[in-house]
Design a protein around this ligand. Structure first.
Ligand code: PHE
Ligand code: FE
Length: 286
């Protein structure tokens, strides 16, 4: 996502973009992408939302090899007006928001190494492109991402980026959805992770709670391990409506007077789909 205490790396454009340089990927890198892809594509059809699987399909991401951003952008442009552009790594918040507000998704172009198949601390092209791009083909989600960028620029001027970042975290990165009475995955951080795609749905440890905008913006999150709580929306159209139609300025002001919530808290007002045992998180504490 974004970070602020960094300088624009040499060789990047004013907006921090760089050419993807698709021709520079090695056969080994394409093969590693295919391996990561096959592992997720095999498991996700009955776990991820239909819109995600459909995105892989209509964007032709099911073809072998690392996707070419120009081709992806061409298809996306026709469907929802989005583009995928390469950046060297994390970019400053305002720039990140500005790209989103202009329907440009910034993606890392580097691929993890074979020993990082299961975990890496910085988003690579597999996370950014496999995880995030398919849903940009969905009109409601595409609009949500743009609105989020606009909301980010506003949150920045209101000093509320940390609050808004939680919304991104618990929707775009780790969101779940209810479809035909089942919970399904849509967050990029989940669907691009083999382990978390299983844990998020099947493990008794995490809480699975109904989406509640204000509550979610009070909730801390874990950046170093599987989540302790997931928030569940009903439809992308709902998420879009609730966030676009709400003026966040009074909400930010109200939240300043309320304490943060821990990653595993359940409130009496929560709609509880699963009350997690938190057994997984407990094993990590010892
Ligand atoms: N409605 C929000 C605001 O007033 C903007 C926003 C829209 C934020 C969609 C996130 C997602 O700031
Ligand atoms: Fe991400």
């Amino acid at each position: 996502m974004a970070q602020n205490d960094i300088e624009r790396p040499e060789g990047t454009a004013e907006d921090w973009t760089i050419p993807q340089d698709w021709a520079a990927y090695t056969p080994q890198e394409h093969a590693l992408w295919d391996k990561l892809f096959a592992r997720q594509a095999q498991m996700l059809p009955d776990r991820a939302v239909a819109e995600f699987m459909n995105g892989l399909d209509v964007l032709r991401m099911t073809r072998p090899g690392i996707p070419d951003f120009d081709e992806l952008s061409e298809r996306l442009m026709k469907l929802t007006g989005w583009q995928v552009v390469a950046v060297p790594g994390l970019v400053p918040d305002r720039l990140f928001f500005d790209h989103l507000a202009n329907r440009r998704f910034v993606a890392g172009r580097f691929l993890r190494t074979p020993d990082q198949i299961d975990y890496l601390s910085e988003p690579d092209i597999f996370h950014d492109v496999f995880g995030h791009v398919p849903l940009l083909a969905n009109p409601a989600f595409a609009d949500y991402m743009q609105a989020y960028g606009q909301g980010g620029l506003r949150a920045d001027s209101l000093g509320a980026i940390d609050r808004l970042a939680r919304l991104y975290w618990y929707t775009v990165e780790f969101g779940m959805i209810r479809q035909d009475d089942n919970l399904k995955l849509y967050g990029a951080g989940i669907v691009s992770s083999h382990g978390e795609s299983i844990y998020a749905l099947d493990d008794p440890s995490p809480n699975r709670l109904g989406f509640d905008l204000k509550r979610l913006m009070r909730t801390r999150y874990r950046i170093d391990d599987y989540q302790q709580s997931y928030f569940v929306i009903d439809r992308f159209e709902d998420l879009l409506r609730q966030t676009v139609e709400t003026d966040f300025a009074p909400l930010y002001a109200e939240l300043d007077g309320l304490p943060d919530l821990d990653t595993d808290t359940i409130l009496p007002t929560d709609r509880v789909y699963t009350r997690g045992t938190q057994a997984y998180a407990k094993t990590k504490k010892e």
